[in-house]
Design a protein around this ligand. Structure first.
Ligand SMILES: [Zn+2]
Length: 143
């Protein structure tokens, strides 16, 4: 089976994708050799199917050994990319900002209303009573 050619136009139009594809092919070759060292040289198909699990009754993706190793090589390539990205301080700073912002948004959206509901403010003396209080602890006004 001929190897998928990485043409000049692919390299020009999609250089990042072409590099990732190349990495996937390299990883596939290494993983395949390591996991199935006694495999024959005859071309093998990569087969995927969707099947219903007889126990869980859920649809699941199944595949032959080659298909599984293909998915593993994609996963390895993605993990390698993530690992490289995490080593870059610029990316780390960017990620920290995203985490801080999303945490802030989460707190603003979900935690603050809960805190606001966690007490009942007295309309007379402005005292913050427990959320389930019926009378104000400070001035005894009915809440
Ligand atoms: Zn009060």
């Amino acid at each position: 089976m001929p190897r998928a050619p990485i043409t000049e136009s692919l390299l020009k139009e999609y250089p990042a994708e072409a590099k990732i594809l190349q990495d996937i092919l390299v990883n596939f070759a290494q993983i395949y050799k390591k996991v199935l060292p006694k495999s024959t040289e005859a071309p093998k198909e990569i087969k995927f199917a969707v099947a219903k699990d007889t126990n869980s009754k859920q649809y699941t993706l199944v595949g032959n050994e080659e298909a599984i190793l293909f998915l593993v090589s994609i996963c390895k390539t993605l993990l390698d990319i993530g690992d490289q990205a995490l080593k870059s301080s610029e990316y780390k700073d960017h990620l920290e900002k995203i985490v801080q912002e999303s945490t802030r948004q989460y707190i603003t959206k979900f935690i603050k209303p809960i805190n606001e509901e966690a007490f009942k403010r007295c309309p007379k003396c402005n005292y913050e009573n427990k959320y389930n209080a019926v009378y104000c602890t400070k001035c005894a006004k009915k809440l």
